[in-house]
Write a protein that binds this ligand. Structure first.
Ligand SMILES: Nc1ncnc2c1ncn2[C@@H]1O[C@H](COP(=O)(O)OP(=O)(O)OP(=O)(O)O)[C@@H](O)[C@H]1O
Length: 289
């Protein structure tokens, strides 16, 4: 059982304030545990520190304080060289995260070879086909280039690429926010299926409380770098206790923005056959009788 424990994570950035430089605390003592077969959602509005946490987990940013440790089934911390096999990212923008000059096969074969999972052309081709199958894309897509794929197909390739090194912990940073509304649910369901079938530990980063509820076990609500509320997903959404969570549930006074935030949520609610409905008057999700 591979587990990631983030303890008291802190990130300070040096920022310019007029002529002076000052320190901005983007993440303030955030702790969580990612376990196999479970999804933890980090929810917060723009600037709350979600991406900075993702980058620290992916080792793209160095924490200013706290620790991140991945332990293997034996309970022993995995050595640095294994960290990157085990912990992989799916980024927000599938248009920017794939190189337009390279084929799908190149994008998947590279991590397979880099992490020593495939030797020789035959084995690589077989594993590339398997990866495409896991994200429900036809094997024939291997020879395509990113511009020949839709946004959703690109995101599936990005997920396959994250799985290629044998990832056990996946950080999905707003994985559907740049996709067409009609295909978002398909990508979230794919992540949910992989999480269950392959026992992945997932950190799902989103500003959308509704999908956080339906696709995660635990929700952490971030406000200005701090966790202001955390708990089982249903409890946090149906019975938010912190005023900021209540505010987030109300999303925005602008009905257009609010509807955008919640349209995926509504689709997710319907697809899951759930009985909850978002009440714009009370600003809460209510269980139907
Ligand atoms: N490299 C950096 N230098 C200075 N400040 C930064 C840097 N990266 C992030 N910040 C600041 O840290 C805070 C948290 O940013 P972060 O991108 O983590 O938020 P977020 O919740 O992911 O927002 P979004 O949803 O817009 O991506 C913000 O105030 C941001 O301006």
């Amino acid at each position: 059982m591979t587990t990631l424990v983030a303890r008291d994570l802190v990130k300070d950035f040096g920022v310019r304030d007029g002529l002076r430089r000052r320190s901005l605390r983007a993440v303030d003592r955030v702790s969580f545990t990612l376990e196999p077969g479970r999804t933890v959602a980090l929810v917060g509005e723009s600037g709350s520190g979600k991406s900075t946490i993702a980058k620290m987990i992916a080792r793209l940013e160095k924490p200013s304080g706290g620790s991140i440790a991945v332990t293997g089934p034996d309970g022993v911390e995995v050595p640095d060289k294994d960290y990157r096999h085990r912990v992989q990212m799916v980024f927000q923008d599938p248009f920017a995260s794939l190189n337009p000059f390279h084929t799908v096969e190149h994008h998947l074969a590279r991590p397979l070879r880099l992490h020593g999972r495939a030797r020789g052309a035959e084995e690589t081709a077989r594993l590339v086909s398997e990866l495409l199958e896991r994200v429900t894309l036809p094997a024939s897509f291997a020879s395509r280039r990113p511009h020949e794929l839709s946004g959703g197909q690109r995101q599936r390739v990005a997920i396959a690429r994250a799985l290629a090194p044998g990832a056990e912990i996946v950080v999905a940073d707003e994985p559907v926010s740049m996709l067409d509304v009609s295909i978002r649910l398909g990508i979230l369901k794919l992540l949910a299926r992989l999480q269950k079938e392959e026992d992945l530990a997932v950190l799902y980063i989103t500003h959308d409380l509704a999908t956080a509820r339906h696709f995660s076990d635990e929700i952490l609500v971030l406000y200005r770098g701090r966790v202001v509320e955390r708990g089982p997903s249903d409890r946090v959404i149906l019975d938010p206790r912190h005023p900021y969570t209540k505010l987030l549930a109300a999303a925005s006074p602008n009905p257009d923005a609010r509807d955008r935030v919640f349209e995926v949520g509504r689709a997710a609610v319907e697809a899951a056959g759930a009985t909850a409905a978002y009440d714009h008057h009370t600003g809460r999700w209510e269980e139907a009788a």
